[in-house]
Design a protein around this ligand. Sequence first.
Ligand code: TXA
Ligand code: MG
Length: 313
Amino acid sequence: MGILTPMETICLTARPILSTSDLDIATAFLKEGHLVAIPTETVYGLAADVFQPDAVQKIFCIKGRPPDNPLIAHISTIDQLERLVQNPSPELVLLAERFWPGPLTLVFERRNEVPGIVSAHLKTIAVRMPSHPCARQVIESLGSPVAAPSANLSGRPSPTSAQDVLDDLGGFIPAVVDGGDCDFGIESTVVAFIDRVPVLLRPGAISRQTIEEVLSKHLLDPYENGPIMSPGMKYRHYAPKAKLYLIDSQDDLIEKQLKSAPYMPECVNAHNLYSHLRKADRLGYSEIVIVLNTKIRSDEALMNRLCRACEKI
Ligand code: TXA
Ligand code: MG
């Protein structure tokens, strides 16, 4: 891969897994403009210093991410928010105060000083303050926010362990910090205000209802108002290599005419969905079947990921 520097090439020959006591090494890589995968409470992120556009560019190359899909900037203090955004509305401030640090991403007006590549040259920028101690410590000692999408190849299920990251990106990134399995296992919720109306751009780890209660307002869906408003929504996502079937009951299996015995996980939830999808791929299954019970159906974020993992776009 022509985009690797000599330093990165040397690093790739070394053991890429860093322990949580090696965070100074992770920070040193970031300072020098390299990428490092770090654990967060949602999923692992592929981090680059927000203020080094060449480093941010590597994220798009290594993930194979479409250049019009903006990244989330991760901060560890409110001071860092002020370097990224301007004119935050009182509602955005309210949500940040209530849910940060934690798995809520908010879309703000971007300051001109922030390299445009971070948010695909939109006027806005998505920001969140993670609660995971490793992510916070790395950002804190870097002294700069990090841009970090999920640390998977574009279109694949998000990684919830260091091994998942290496399965997709091993050989292409100098290091991953191993913080164990992620607590939530599903990405953050993304909320924007469009013409002062709150919109749920991506359902996620914090439920719609929890946010609506704090705002005392209904959250609009991105399609309710016409065009797609979250750039990431138009791409296929979260897909395993195996074909995924969603059925209502075991009886529906017959009509699917499967080629062989499928991977059929029980007790699927938002926490374990991605690890099940990746496990099926590791074990070489060509088909996965998930029976949609009432509990799964009532989880908006889980249903969103399941439906999108089945889509053929
Ligand atoms: O939990 C998470 O959010 C994880 C961890 C690593 O923090 N990150 C993550 O990033 O899921 P990514 O890049 O996989 O998803 C970011 C989502 C995409 O749907 C993207 O389109 C949307 O956030 N997004 C980013 N910036 C935006 C903006 N300025 N306006 C609207 N949507 C934006
Ligand atoms: Mg992602």
